[in-house]
Design a protein around this ligand. Structure first.
Ligand SMILES: [Zn+2]
Length: 314
């Protein structure tokens, strides 16, 4: 190769890599809305485990992962399990960390993508679309997966997991947590997203973390984002929401900070497991803004040289 062309080619390679890393990537309301609009459409019939609708949802997520060169964590994207006689599957993507040592530590970013299928009929509508619960959380995981697939700035490895059969008793996350524990995965922390589709009312923070007092997760997120984005929910404490989403099986297996971020503690949403939990009930501006605010926190989690997020009893 001609030397000048070689130098120019080298410069191009380096400048492109550099640009990607420093490029400002912002999640837009349309990004999250397009995911929710598909997953919570009547066509997917409420994404019940074992249904045709959830098969379509899984294919949708796999297609996005593939298009963005997010690798499957296992041989395929699907982590298969059975719910009685039904076939169920988590969808699990993976972005390897860039640091030779830290890449052996993992951050799991999760959300359940299943819902309850059909609900109590209201005005002729019986499809429980599950827009807030939990197409919303799924849209956050997909947005973050796309983000890191472009930035590639994570020193620790990241697993992006969309869980099935949450609505049947956290079965998908139980299955995956056990499987990862059995292969001795070095889990640093797990951040789960649930019902982030509507803003909290009358608070000076935007979302809460379940198990607030168990770890320094909220304090670290606020420090990493230089803001007061995460707070506490009394309702979440009263109803032990820490034990009611997919973070809990991970906590049980690994005993490290595994927590759910949510902006809905039932005090600000009337359509929990209701056929009116529909696409038009969510605030996409709020969702995109929340995800954008949390990005620096996730980025820092995947890059600190030491493990800074820990249980409060450590
Ligand atoms: Zn849920």
């Amino acid at each position: 190769m001609n030397r000048i062309i070689y130098v120019v080619a080298l410069l191009l390679v380096f400048s492109c890599g550099g640009q990607e890393k420093s490029k400002l990537i912002t999640i837009t309301p349309d990004d999250v809305k397009s995911t929710v609009a598909y997953l919570a459409s009547d066509d997917l019939a409420g994404r019940d485990t074992g249904s045709e609708g959830i098969e379509k949802a899984a294919v949708y997520i796999e297609t996005i992962f593939k298009k963005n060169k997010i690798k499957p964590y296992f041989e395929t994207y699907r982590d298969n399990f059975k719910v009685d006689s039904l076939d169920a599957f988590n969808v699990v993507g993976f972005i390897e960390g860039s640091d030779a040592k830290l890449k052996n530590e993992f951050v799991v970013i999760g959300a359940h993508y299943d819902h309850i299928g059909y609900g109590k009929t209201v005005d002729g509508d019986s499809i429980a679309n599950g827009a807030n619960d939990n197409a919303a959380g799924t849209s956050a995981v997909i947005a973050l997966a796309k983000y890191f697939s472009i930035k590639k700035n994570n020193k620790r490895s990241i697993i992006f997991s969309l869980f099935s059969a949450e609505e049947k008793g956290l079965l998908g996350s139980k299955h995956l947590a056990k499987r990862l524990k059995a292969e001795n995965l070095n889990l640093y922390t797990m951040v789960n997203f649930e019902m982030i589709g509507v803003p909290f009312k009358d608070r000076d923070y935007e979302a809460f973390v379940t198990g607030f007092d168990m770890s320094n997760m909220a304090e670290r997120i606020n420090a990493y984002t230089k803001s007061n984005v995460i707070g506490k929910s009394e309702v979440a404490i009263k109803y032990s929401l820490f034990k009611r989403s997919d973070n809990y099986p991970f906590y049980q297996e690994f005993k490290v900070p595994c927590q759910t971020i949510s902006s809905c503690d039932m005090s600000n949403f009337d359509y929990y497991h209701h056929v009116d939990d529909e696409v038009d009930k969510l605030d996409y501006q709020f969702m995109a803004s929340l995800i954008n605010k949390l990005i620096p926190a996730i980025e820092t989690m995947t890059n600190t040289t030491t493990k800074e997020i820990m249980m409060n009893n450590e």
